[in-house]
Write a protein of this length. Structure first.
Lengths: 204, 46
């Protein structure tokens, strides 16, 4: 059976602006409250070890906004090269950087400058120098072919207007035998086409 | 979508209701949305 995953019938640039504005708020005013959980309560809901969360810079934790726990599928290994797609405030990036150690590295990509600034500040606060931040999109990753051991992401693919393009990009940058460990969302009720095309619903 | 992108060995973790109880009502509830974690591999050996 062939499954066709088409790009969403929305203006991709308009959607990216809407999402970037929303996540700029999460970066700058995480206490505001959103239609999703944030911060340490969310991390606890997703079964991150409390000691790992408490070891992170407070600003990094406050702006955490994921939908799963990529590390619940297995720890990363020392020396691995990791790609964090849509790294946000760097919550998973910093955990990954600790797991791969000084012989590994993390490349973290996000499209929202305010999030990249916050993630960079968190890496400095945590004294981690094995992280490189790059601005970019999941559908056009600024990463070399077959250069990544493991790609992680958390609550990002569902926000991509062209999910198949994002997955193909991840496949492109992974080394043969590389893996993905991704937190995202699934829906159990069919989303009508008019709802998929309603750009306001993407941000709600 | 994962298989069509070239991934194999797909494994799914637990699903969690990550939207209920958030400060503002989400449209996600209307579609019975759950957070989930999964993993998969790209064919080949490193």
């Amino acid at each position: 059976m062939t499954i066709e995953v088409r790009p969403a019938a929305v203006d991709a640039e308009e959607l990216r602006c809407l999402i970037s504005d929303k996540y700029t708020e999460v970066a700058k005013t995480p206490e505001k409250g959103f239609h999703f959980h944030t911060g340490k309560p969310l991390a606890m809901m997703l079964s991150y070890p409390e000691e790992s969360v408490d070891a992170l810079p407070s600003g990094t934790v406050q702006s955490f906004a994921g939908t799963g726990n990529p590390f619940s599928m297995g720890d990363l290994h020392p020396g691995e090269t990791v790609l964090d797609i849509g790294c946000g405030a760097g919550f998973d990036t910093l955990i990954a950087a600790g797991q791969v150690g000084t012989t590994g590295r993390v490349i973290s990509v996000d499209m929202t400058p305010a999030m990249l600034e916050k993630a960079s500040a968190g890496a400095r606060d945590a004294d981690l120098d094995n992280i490189e931040f790059r601005e970019g999109l999941a559908e056009a990753l600024p990463v070399e072919d077959e250069s990544i051991d493991v790609a992680i992401s958390n609550g990002v693919i569902n926000l991509c207007p062209d999910k198949m393009a994002a997955m193909q990009e991840i496949h492109r940058v992974l080394k043969p035998g590389g893996r993905i460990q991704i937190g995202d969302i699934v829906v159990h009720k069919e989303v009508p086409e008019d709802a998929k095309a309603d750009i306001d619903l993407w941000g709600d | 979508m994962l298989e069509h992108s070239g991934f194999t060995n797909v494994r799914w973790g637990n699903q969690i209701d990550v939207f209920s109880g958030s400060k503002h009502e989400s449209s996600a509830a209307a579609f019975d949305t759950r957070g989930v974690t999964f993993m998969a591999t790209k064919a080949g050996t490193t």
